[in-house]
Design a protein around this ligand. Structure first.
Ligand code: BES
Ligand code: MN
Ligand code: ZN
Length: 502
């Protein structure tokens, strides 16, 4: 897809479709009045007919009259006071998805008044819209079949229309947005793939291909070596499946190097290729969704690739413990006691609390490789999705300054996080008769307890992002299909890029 930024007036731009965003209920003043006039008062007629109510992401196709574009797409950005960076990304996606099944090759989007409502102004809007269009073009229905009729159009050209703007600066920003969007889509494409297709070894193969493509170092740790390294929790989960576990370790920058922010950042992503629950087996309802229990792994693999495209050589680690959590003759049993890489012993009370087991060893390994700062991303608990649903990620961190740094990256990325507390009183609920602690306690406060468990495996600043609610949508929206959302990819990229050499 070619990307162009033009400073022309919207009616001068030749394209199959020109998207015209409006904020709140349409008011036909300024350039919008001129666009309306040149469309033959098509837009104001639709508004008075009740088609353009101001609903966010509501989009109506209109005739373009004497304008150079083939058609107009009037699209609602919603109320001014709730426009955010996330809304601008989603607006780009909604425009692209609204054109699903149509033959559109060139899409132009006028920035309209959006720059006045987003910090960062026109440059930010250009980046976020471009990213949104790319994310909107993602169609999981094409993973396992061809010729999906309703798929969003494959654009040969995206034109951002910003009359009077600094075209070069906007182009640079929008290019960055395209790369961010492509990274999110890489994560989503892997994530949506079925468990009979993507085993831990296949995920490792995919990571190898990505590493080669982007000049990253890769090391894939197999069970024998994991045994030597003392990864007893990781192995306990992995041994239940005929598909053996893999600890996938990707690196950019020199071994041991610190980034421009003085950090050696490691991103750790939960890679459960299928979570049946193991011996503590899950109920059948929605179990098929557990192929996306590898979202965290897909996210960190894609994020390090995106950083390699935007700022090659930035010191960074991505670690993805990949397993299949299955019941069988070799599975870990409730009551099994295993030893973690840091020497702590764990009483596995519930084999369905497997994510924290594999992450704990992966975090220890990250520190062994010299990580000074950790962020993990994991579909860890049903509790977080009961609390926050699919629009807000629950997050923990210590010390607070590191949490704040990650949260600021999230804000730049246009993603939503809500900080949850470590409640020290609940730690004793993980006390075990037999081991240093158990992997689950009573269900009350289970979300907090999952983070208290993980905290046992971090000795450096660490943030935990529980994306179990936000990793995938059960239903499509105007801006995204059902399935993997790519959540947290942009946050991790923003976080890592804060350490890019200028
Ligand atoms: N992968 C699940 C969490 C999950 C649930 C992700 C729903 C996405 C959607 C995780 O491994 C799990 O099974 N967690 C248990 C923990 C419990 C046994 C303490 C849960 O949340 O029920
Ligand atoms: Mn589980
Ligand atoms: Zn799981």
């Amino acid at each position: 897809m070619q990307l162009r930024v033009v400073a022309d007036q919207p009616w001068e731009v030749a394209a199959d479709v020109l998207a015209v965003p409006f904020i709140g209920e349409p008011v036909f003043g300024g350039l919008l009045a001129e666009i309306d006039k040149r469309s033959g008062r098509e837009l104001s007629a639709l508004a008075s007919f009740g088609e353009l109510g101001g609903e966010r992401f509501g989009a109506v196709v209109a005739a373009a009259g004497e304008m150079k574009a083939g058609r107009l797409l009037a699209v609602g950005a919603g109320d001014a006071d709730t426009i955010s960076r996330q809304v601008v990304v989603r607006l780009g996606s909604a425009i692209e998805r609204r054109l699903g099944g149509r033959s559109v090759k060139s899409l132009a989007i006028w920035l309209g008044d959006l720059p006045a409502h987003v910090d960062g102004g026109a440059e930010a809007v250009a980046e976020l819209l471009a990213r949104g269009v790319v994310e909107g073009s993602f169609e999981p229905a094409t993973i396992y079949r061809d010729n999906v009729k309703s798929a969003p159009p494959e654009l040969s050209e995206l034109i951002l229309v910003a009359p009077g703007a600094d075209v070069a600066a906007l182009k640079k920003a929008a290019d960055r947005g395209v790369i961010m969007g492509e990274g999110a889509n890489l994560a989503r494409r892997l994530d949506n793939r079925a468990a009979n297709d993507v085993s831990p070894e296949v995920l490792a193969q995919e990571a190898r291909a990505i590493a080669q493509q982007h000049g990253l170092s890769i090391d894939v740790i197999e069970p024998e070596q994991a045994e030597k390294l003392g990864m007893g929790m990781f192995l306990a989960v992995g041994r239940g499946s005929a598909n053996p576990p893999r600890m996938i370790v990707l690196r950019s920058g020199a071994e041991g190097a610190k980034d421009a922010a003085g950090r050696r950042l490691a991103m750790v992503g939960k890679g459960v290729c299928f979570d049946s629950g193991g011996i503590s087996i899950k109920p059948a309802d929605h179990m098929e969704e557990m192929k996306m229990d590898k979202t965290g792994a897909c996210t960190v693999i894609a994020a390090i690739a995106t950083v390699a495209r935007l700022a090659p050589g930035t010191p960074l680690l991505a670690i993805a413990p990949a397993v299949e959590n299955m019941p069988g003759p070799h599975s870990a049993r409730p009551g099994d006691v295993v030893k973690a890489m840091n020497g702590k012993t764990v009483d596995i009370l519930n084999t369905d609390a497997e994510g924290r087991l594999i992450l704990g060893d992966a975090m220890c390994y990250a520190e062994k490789l010299g990580a000074t700062h950790l962020v993990d991303v994991a579909t860890l608990t049903g509790a977080v999705s009961r609390a926050f649903g699919d629009q807000m990620t629950g997050a923990f961190g210590t010390p607070q300054a590191w949490y704040d740094t990650v949260a600021a990256a999230g804000a730049r990325a246009g993603e939503r996080y809500w900080q949850l507390p470590f409640i020290e009183e609940y730690r004793s609920d993980l006390d075990s008769w037999y081991a240093d602690f158990t992997n689950t306690g009573s269900p009350e406060g289970g979300l907090i307890k999952s983070a208290l468990f993980l905290r046992e495996f971090a000795t450096v600043p660490w943030v935990h992002l529980d994306i179990a609610g936000t990793a995938y949508f059960r239903k499509k929206t105007a801006y995204a299909p059902a399935g993997a959302t790519g959540v947290s990819h942009a946050t991790l990229v923003e976080l890592a890029l804060a350490g890019a050499k200028a």
